[in-house]
Design a protein around this ligand. Structure first.
Ligand code: SF4
Ligand code: SF4
Length: 286
């Protein structure tokens, strides 16, 4: 086998959009076309019962919308932790220190990654950036030793001229900075060769060294050791599967979730799934 050996121990990662509500309206948001951007989540007991049935220990990555708008976020993460699973979160970081503190208390030493999205349309002055950075430094000093924090920024045309100085700014504050290519209509926007060079110099998509990946035809463990979940309990193999409404894995709340037993060929031209790429879930081509 040329991919990571996933035979033992069991376990995996879920990327879960726990709500659609967000207090921001970024112009490039990939969710801006959703019909309903007001769902705040709330039903947690049935999700927790379903997570209790997962084989092994899982990392559950919470995103939204904005997950800190979920009315029962702390109860939810405390429930996940009580099952022995781990929690990561992606947030626009608009929550105040008191809200962040109660989240950290609920996750305890089961917090893995706190990923902070920098949205320059909202953090739009030098003072706002300084306050944003100071709050991140506060977070770094309050997370467990094995947890990590990073900042991501979408490489929109407006953001491109600022990425190098942002990278240097966050480096100087000992904060990991990652860029994410902008997507329109399901695909990465067309960057010029110079822009591509810049994005690669900054580490590529989420520091994975490339701007866009294509693993079509390769065997991949997504669907078995990784899946995406929405706030209504619907599960798909990965983000491209969800975008194209293929490889539906069932509804976790209705008890119909069925994970694959084995790796299966990738059906998609563009893979933007950081978790499977980072964990080398797809086989290396011979
Ligand atoms: S913060 Fe995230 S979810 Fe909210 S509008 Fe911006 S990109 Fe979309
Ligand atoms: S798009 Fe990525 S995560 Fe999804 S099946 Fe293909 S390689 Fe795996």
């Amino acid at each position: 086998m040329n991919s990571k050996d996933f035979t033992e121990p069991l376990g995996g990662v879920i990327t879960w959009n726990i709500n659609t509500a967000c207090n921001y309206r970024c112009s490039y948001c990939t969710q801006r076309h959703l019909k309903d951007r007001t769902r705040r989540g709330g039903e947690i007991e049935a999700f927790l019962r379903a997570f209790a049935q997962l084989p092994g220990i899982w990392e559950i990555k919470l995103s939204g919308g904005e997950p800190f708008l979920h009315p029962k976020l702390d109860e939810l993460v405390a429930g996940i932790v009580s099952l022995g699973h781990y929690v990561s979160i992606v947030s626009n970081f608009s929550a105040n220190i008191s809200r962040l503190s109660s989240f950290l208390e609920a996750t305890g030493d089961h917090l893995k990654v706190f990923s902070i999205s920098l949205h320059r349309e909202y953090v739009n002055t030098e003072l706002a950036l300084l306050e944003f950075t100071n709050k991140i430094n506060w977070l770094q000093s309050h997370i467990p030793i094995r947890s990590s924090v990073n900042v991501t920024c979408v490489a929109t045309r407006d953001n491109l001229p600022h990425l190098v100085s942002l990278h240097n700014w966050f480096m100087s504050h000992k904060i990991t900075f990652k860029i994410q290519p902008e997507k329109q209509d399901r695909e990465v926007i067309k960057y010029s060769p110079e822009e591509e060079l810049l994005l690669k110099r900054l580490g590529g998509h989420n520091q994975l060294q490339e701007i866009a990946f294509n693993f079509k035809g390769r065997l991949c463990w997504a669907g078995s050791r990784y899946f995406t979940l929405d706030d209504r309990g619907d599960a798909w193999r990965c983000y491209p599967a969800r975008r194209y409404r293929k490889e539906y894995l069932g509804n976790i709340l209705k008890g119909s979730l069925q994970l694959f037993d084995t790796p299966r060929p990738c059906l998609y031209n563009y893979c933007n799934c950081t978790v499977p790429i980072e964990r080398r879930m797809m086989f290396v081509k011979e």
